[in-house]
Design a protein around this ligand. Structure first.
Ligand code: C2O
Ligand code: CU
Ligand code: CU
Length: 666
């Protein structure tokens, strides 16, 4: 420092003054006196900033005078024992503000869709008509349905086309919902207004003395934030991975919503239908209310609380006592943790301080329902019954996504041609990974055995909260960072908040609907994260019947495409001979069994025309693949080679096999 300033003496006067200033500046900042004053000042600034961040976004200027829209109910028409539902997805227009017409989209209407009402045991046909000029899909969020009926990115509905989802309502009463799920465009379509609630009733829900008169003492409340431009059009802003936030609140598509209701016990079925915002919901007067249901159904007992936190995709049913009258504002409070607030601020908006809906209780003669003591019987799933723990690492680096070889985990269905990101944004905008991978529609990430109970350990390594959603199942939370759940966290869930740095373990029973070809999704329900690739695919697979007979000794499985391929022919001949001599069990599997039966094998030949084995072995749709697999005596895969050319080194394979049987004897 000194040498440098002496040298500079010879330089111009301007430089001299500058260096002098710099020195003084340095002295000033190095003096402890300065810091005695500066530290508290900085602290104060920090506090003010913190407060500002909390209250940055607010809709305090909005007048709450517009009567709440209550979506119509849709109960379907029963034809030949099946309930028929017709859902037309189409663009529309709505005047959220007087004199301004906003371009929207909705289901059987201009914005949002009807509340679909079904009963457990119903056989339903949901016919979806795509009146948009782009591809869409329709997903039944929270429902147990076959993969082909799930409305994921794989069940595309082209513009002008129709798709029918047929299944049985086979789960307990609860507040489900539906929304589009086209890969890369879910956020944009939902933002236009395509979504709705789907409520299931069952014996329990009918027997409970809860408020259940739709639009009278039982209301859906779909909460969404939106940003409007000067012309009153939605402004759907999303950057690379940046979630879309808005600074106005719509409840059931009503801006500045006001609800006059009878001053008695009222039930609200809340859905966070926003793309990204998390709400900390409560009443302006901090009154106590009761939560009676979570995503997947009733809690065992009502949980008294003053707040409900809902991330995108999450639902809650609450019962509130308005018998003392007096108007009150339903609010979302700026109560997120400091880290969460700061993070969400840098992504576009703070968690915010929002008015949601003004409630005006009116005098009534009607007698109030009561709140039942006991609502449900949820049996806790015993973790010792879990066959495995599957890791889901959110965030962290994106690892190479080349075809999985010898891994047994990730499986490349589309081979080398599999498009990265599966139609989502590519290149620069690669999303937040799960287990190091971003979504690829041609890749199966996980294979779950039908009937298994599994623990999924969701570890959030990213700097922000992610609501993790799994299709097909309702699950239970086992613990958060080792702490067992309390209160409403003990209810059925299909979407769970996982805070930055947190690890949440959930347990689920994959008890039905196997499909060797069509996968289910798991993903972050912040829609821009999902669209950016924060999603993976799992197959639910029935264990092939022949597998059981291989137990007890190590075995070799060859998957061949058929004998038309000279490679296959050569490999099968070689292995059949060599393994028979050594008395090693060989299983040859092919979709073309008839033609292969001409071979007269000593090993067993199995037909796989249903692709069950291909899926089980993780070969999936790979049409020209060859697979060589080594199974141990517990039929667990210990080694594999898959690819265009079959594995021919029979000696090396026998060595491995010998090593395996000696090691398993010890
Ligand atoms: Cu609500 Cu896969 O979605
Ligand atoms: Cu996310
Ligand atoms: Cu071949």
């Amino acid at each position: 420092m000194r040498a440098r300033s002496e040298k500079s003496l010879g330089k111009s006067k301007g430089e001299d003054i500058f260096l002098n200033l710099l020195r003084r500046f340095g002295q000033f900042f190095c003096s402890p006196e300065t810091w005695k004053v500066a530290l508290p000042l900085l602290g104060l600034c920090g506090l003010v900033l913190y407060w500002l961040l909390f209250h940055w976004t607010s809709n305090a200027d909005t007048a709450f005078v517009n009567p709440l829209t209550v979506p119509p109910e849709l109960r379907g028409e029963t034809i030949a024992g099946r309930k028929q539902f017709r859902l037309v997805v189409a663009p529309g227009k709505r005047a959220f503000r007087l004199g301004q017409s906003t371009r929207t989209a909705g289901v059987n209407g201009d914005y949002l869709g009807p509340t679909i009402r079904v009963d457990r045991g119903d056989l339903v046909d949901f016919t979806v008509i795509n009146g948009l000029n782009e591809v869409t899909t329709m997903h039944w969020h929270g429902l147990h349905v076959p993969a082909r009926m799930d409305g994921t990115p794989h069940q595309k509905i082209l513009p002008g086309k129709t798709w029918t989802a047929s299944f049985e309502i086979d789960q307990e009463a609860g507040p489900m919902w539906y929304h589009p799920h086209p890969h890369g465009a879910t956020g944009a379509q939902a933002y236009q207004g395509i979504a709705g609630m789907l409520w299931i009733d069952d014996e329990t829900s009918r027997s409970l003395d809860l408020p259940d008169e739709y639009g009278v003492d039982d209301f859906p409340l779909v909460i969404q934030d939106r940003e409007f431009d000067r012309e009153g059009q939605f402004r759907y802003r999303r950057g690379q991975q940046a979630p879309a936030f808005g600074d106005e609140i719509l409840v059931n598509g009503t801006l500045g919503a006001m609800l006059e209701l009878e001053s008695r016990l009222i039930r609200f079925r809340l859905l966070n239908g926003s793309n990204a915002r998390v709400y900390h919901i409560g009443f302006e007067d901090d009154r106590m209310f009761h939560q009676i249901a979570t995503d997947g159904g009733f809690l065992n007992r009502a949980v008294a609380t003053t707040r409900i936190i809902l991330a995108p995709g999450e639902r809650a049913e609450i019962v509130v006592d308005f018998s003392s009258g007096g108007e009150v504002m339903l609010k979302s409070f700026a109560e997120a943790g400091m880290l969460e607030t700061v993070e969400s601020f840098f992504e576009g908006a703070g968690n915010g301080d929002f008015n949601l809906m003004l409630i005006r209780p009116q005098a009534t003669e009607q007698v109030s329902h009561s709140l039942p003591e006991k609502l449900n019987t949820i049996n806790r799933i015993d973790p010792s019954l879990a066959t495995r723990t599957r890791l889901m690492r959110l965030g962290g680096p994106i690892s190479d996504q080349g075809p999985a070889r010898n891994g047994g985990q990730g499986t490349e269905l589309g081979g080398a041609a599999g498009a990265r990101g599966g139609g989502g944004r590519r290149g620069a905008g690669r999303g937040i990974p799960i287990n190091g991978k971003v979504m690829d529609m041609h890749r199966i990430d996980e294979r779950v055995r039908l009937g298994d109970i599994e623990i999924w350990e969701i570890e959030n390594r990213s700097g922000q909260m992610h609501p993790f959603h799994i299709h097909l199942v309702q699950f239970q939370i086992l613990d958060r960072d080792g702490r067992p759940p309390v209160g409403a966290e003990r209810g059925w869930k299909d979407t769970v908040r996982v805070a930055s740095g947190e690890t949440v373990r959930i347990i689920a029973h994959f008890e039905r609907y196997s499909d060797p070809l069509v996968p289910y999704m798991y993903h972050c329900h912040i829609m821009e994260h999902e669209d950016g690739g924060m999603m993976g695919q799992f197959l639910v697979l029935e264990e092939p019947a022949e597998l059981a007979s291989l137990r007890g000794a190590p075995s070799v499985v060859l998957y061949i495409t058929g004998l038309a391929c000279s490679h296959c022919y050569a490999q099968v001949e070689l292995f059949d001979q060599a393994l028979a001599e050594r008395k090693i069990e060989l299983l040859v599997i092919t979709p073309q069994a008839e033609d292969a039966s001409r071979l007269k094998l000593q090993g067993r030949l199995i037909s796989d025309s249903e692709h069950q084995w291909a899926a089980w072995l993780g070969l999936g749709h790979l049409e020209h693949s060859h697979g060589t697999f080594l199974l141990d005596k517990n039929v667990t895969e210990r080694w594999r080679d898959t690819g265009f050319e079959p594995f021919m080194d029979v000696e090396a394979l026998v060595d491995r096999l010998t090593a395996l049987s000696t090691s398993s004897q010890q």
